[in-house]
Design a protein around this ligand. Structure first.
Ligand code: C5P
Length: 319
């Protein structure tokens, strides 16, 4: 079976019935609670530099079960307010702004322009679990969750296409997390979504050094290849459920530049490789790096070992 990734992108929004992916957790008259999942880039090629300064990508993103949680409550006045849930740890609060620089508030601000007069307000409570600057799309997922939740609590007539157009104006990874796809080839800046099937579940163990990476810096340092590698083979591998061969086709062009920018991450890659005897990959522009496991059981065992031996927090991510 060939995974079809030609033609027009399919930027639509899931119906929210999925347990993850901006899925609805709870809703009543006063509040809506949605999941905001992390993504992994299991393939990322840089195909060229664009006149607008961005890079043309061919990347495969997968939606994981590792999630933040966003609660949205409409307000009677026009204010937009964001705070952390009490359960959010100190270390995760660091580096996540709560003012207008946060993508949640930027997304809400843009969406309410659809209402025209009488702009509504909202309180947002973020239970942060996905570390910032980690290449897992935490902030992007939060923006996607805010768009979906606000459309509901404000009872707006904005279409899926409207949400996607706001998402693309705010960042390159938001459209994938808004789309509800489990996996997609993403092109353009990353905002054009071509869903692909995954025949078998995927299991990963991910770790991250203390320092995050600056995405613009990593892109700036990256050498653009003369002959880009294509995502076609990994898409085919996923569609046919050949997960035992995934290690041979996973790839990230940004890895070398990210290692130069963040030597702590480079060292973590070699320690993880040494301990697990598995190839190590990086998500997005880093600094999260991960290994692929053949089962949930293997991933859980490895997660414990990595935590004990490398003395870092390790996550077990499923797709
Ligand atoms: O779109 P996003 O905010 O995620 O991008 C952050 C930065 O990463 C951009 O300002 C740009 O420097 C770089 N980038 C890029 N090409 C892409 C995506 C991001 O150069 N396709």
């Amino acid at each position: 079976m060939h995974a079809s990734i030609s033609g027009s992108p399919e930027n639509s929004v899931s119906d929210g019935t999925s347990p993850v992916c901006c899925g609805l957790v709870a809703r009543n008259k006063h509040a809506i609670v949605v999941q905001s999942p992390a993504k992994l880039n299991i393939f990322l090629e840089v195909c060229g530099k664009r006149p607008d300064g961005y890079h043309e990508l061919d990347t495969v993103m997968v939606r994981t079960t590792f999630c933040d949680r966003l609660t949205v409550m409409p307000r009677d006045d026009q204010q937009l307010r964001l705070r952390f849930s009490d359960a959010t740890t100190e270390s995760l609060r660091h580096g996540v702004p709560l003012d207008h620089n946060n993508l949640i508030l930027k997304a809400a601000e843009k969406l309410r322009e659809f209402r025209g007069s009488g702009a509504p307000g909202a309180d947002f409570i973020l239970h942060k679990q996905i570390p910032p600057e980690s290449g897992l799309g935490g902030g992007s997922g939060n923006a996607a969750a805010a768009l979906l939740a606000c459309r509901t609590v404000w009872n707006l007539s904005a279409t899926d296409a409207d949400l996607h157009s706001i998402a693309a104006s705010l960042g390159s990874d938001i459209n994938f997390l808004l789309s509800g796809c489990r996996a997609a080839v993403c092109r353009g800046r990353g905002e054009q979504i071509f869903p692909i099937p995954i025949r078998s579940p995927l299991f990963f163990v991910a770790v991250r050094p203390v320092r995050g990476n600056s995405t613009p810096d990593v892109f700036r340092r990256t050498r653009i290849p003369e002959t880009p590698v294509s995502s076609a083979e990994i898409a085919q591998c996923l569609a046919e459920g050949r997960t035992s061969q995934l290690d041979k086709v996973m790839f990230n062009r940004l890895t070398q530049a990210a290692c130069e920018a963040n030597p702590e991450m480079a060292e973590l890659i070699s320690r993880l490789q040494h301990r697990t005897r598995l190839p190590v990959f990086m998500s997005g522009s880093g600094s999260t790096v991960f290994v692929h496991c053949q089962s949930s059981q293997e991933a859980r065992k490895l997660q414990t070992q990595v935590q004990q031996q490398l003395r870092v927090t390790a996550w077990h991510l499923e797709v």
